[in-house]
Write a protein that binds this ligand. Sequence first.
Ligand code: ATP
Length: 350
Amino acid sequence: MHGIKKWFGTFQAVDDVTLDIRSNEFFTLLGPSGCGKTTLLRMIAGFELPTEGQVLLDGVDISHLLPNQRPVNTVFQNYALFPHLTVAENIGFGLKMLGKPKSEIESVVKDMLKLVHLEGRGNNPVTQLSGGQQQRVALARALAPRPKVLLLDEPLSALDLKLRKSMQMELKRLQLETGITFVFVTHDQEEALTMSDRIAVMSTGTVRQVGSPWDIYDRPAERFVADFIGETNFLEADVVSVAGNRARVRLSSGAEISATYPEDVTPKGKVTIVIRPEHARLGPPGSGVMEGVLDDIVYLGTDNHFHVKTDGGSTFIVRQQNAKSGPCGFSEHDRVSVAINDDVAQILRD
Ligand code: ATP
């Protein structure tokens, strides 16, 4: 996708998006409601035309091809199955429209039923299937013509949490087994982190960062990305020195730590750094890089969230796994120290 802009009347939904989605990858467009994810997907599918820019597939401009002329298929949130057709007829529908011979359709439908674990259900009316099973049929129908790209617009959001989790694994497996490029839209950061090879984080019509789940979570380039992808601590710091791809920064407590930074940033002066709560540890006073008082302890079963009111006046959250059962050994109002693991701090772009 190159230089894509989309205006609806006087409203700009997509603002100059350039994305290089690789073949055979599970690529996710992630962002809050209204940021333009669906509009981008619809332009790849051909349901919308870009106001400016091009959609390229294998280097060929497909921006002005009709949806059915593109080797692209879409799975929608509401499945959009044909209620009067059986499971097999739904799966074979696209192939029938393409005029494929009956024997070929039957063979592909059989393979697809196996792929989505619905063997033996081909003759059932789709209306007799559960939500999760209907979603599998929708996937099988979209995969049957072997598109080069499969677009998935929040396909799991209608499912309950447990089913959604198992379908996440299922989608990942389908992508790996078929080798088809998946472009997945979601506003759920956990879903994006779990399934994707790479993620584009979007905000108000623009792409803020593209990277692996690890990059996006641990090396966010800006505040919006850090904030959107899970809980985090923001700290003000002063850059002391820069060497290689690391900077030495001084916290308001006076302690110095090492921090990484985005490629396009030259750290200097005052900067904001992010540290994930699980990358810090609590200890007795004097053992870390910041001192404070424990304000609140939230027990979450697998781990504890400690809210530390630092001597600098801010709140710093530490998340620590519960390695053993019973109380965690700290109490509210204790004076504590916060230590930060090596190589976890990241400087944000201004
Ligand atoms: P959601 O997760 O809620 O679906 P999204 O990130 O997919 O959100 P889009 O559906 O792409 O967002 O919409 C982006 C913006 O463009 C929104 O403000 C939306 O109201 C607007 N928009 C989308 N389609 C149209 C249209 N056909 N006419 C006018 N405005 C539109």
